[in-house]
Write a protein that binds this ligand. Sequence first.
Ligand code: ZN
Length: 305
Amino acid sequence: MQRVFVIDKNKKPLMPCHPARARELLHKGKAAVYRTFPFTIILKEREGGDTQPIAFKVDPGSKATGMALVADFKRGKRVIWAGELTHRGQQIRDALLSRRQLRRSRRARHTRYRQARFDNRRRPEGWLPPSLQSRVENIWTWACRLNRACPIASISQELVKFDTQLMANAEIRGVEYQQGELAGYEIREYLLEKWGRKCAYCGAKYLPLQIEHINPKLRGGSNRVSNLTLACHDCNQKKGTQTAAEFGFPEIQKQAKLPLKDAAAVNATRWALYHRLETIGLPLEVGTGGRTKFNRTTQGYAKTH
Ligand SMILES: [Zn+2]
């Protein structure tokens, strides 16, 4: 249930309320709509009120970032608001590419002389490509926006989803990483990110996915991460001992050799995002999805969100 954000008459954030309660307040004229997105109401009379600590959780991914607000009620923790931020990385890249091409063709037309101005600049420290910088800025904007709308007490960021360095090593040697204690946990996180959390063959989402070998093991395919993909049970069965190309997916066969672009995007921005979120001034904690899942499984807890 998405709760409605509430601020008092001095614009101080209060505990988000149930939509039914918000409707009642609006209907009785005790509150007014302050903002429509995210939906926030402002109380006309009241000042202050009891609040419980709310944690803002961020899970940065390559294409989208998950955000959730978790309130610590007396009855236990509960997600009171959740959202997904779709990143514009590729769009920004395309727009800059087209601008570059337009400028290049204009320069090359020689209708007038204009000195080249693109190669005399130095990049400041901590510079990120615009497509990646936008991810940091967008998440930060939302953190600030939510911080104004509800009493956030802490922020937690999923920091180390996977480590490209380790993943690359795994692709070369792979003993420690693939047969060690963590085998299967962080690799799975990495594959979910790389393959967009869906079956690589039929595109089915929200069902159990199995790790699948692009070149089947029976035919000499290895356990290297680049040879792995995710498939639903049915596709995995149907594919059997065929390679992805034989199964009718030459583009997946090609993917087997693609670099770790998505993982790199997450890795390159995670510290920048961390330092950016630090500037908000709330306690900031970090965790790793892979390890959390590992702990949860070994301790026998079910996933709560
Ligand atoms: Zn499938």
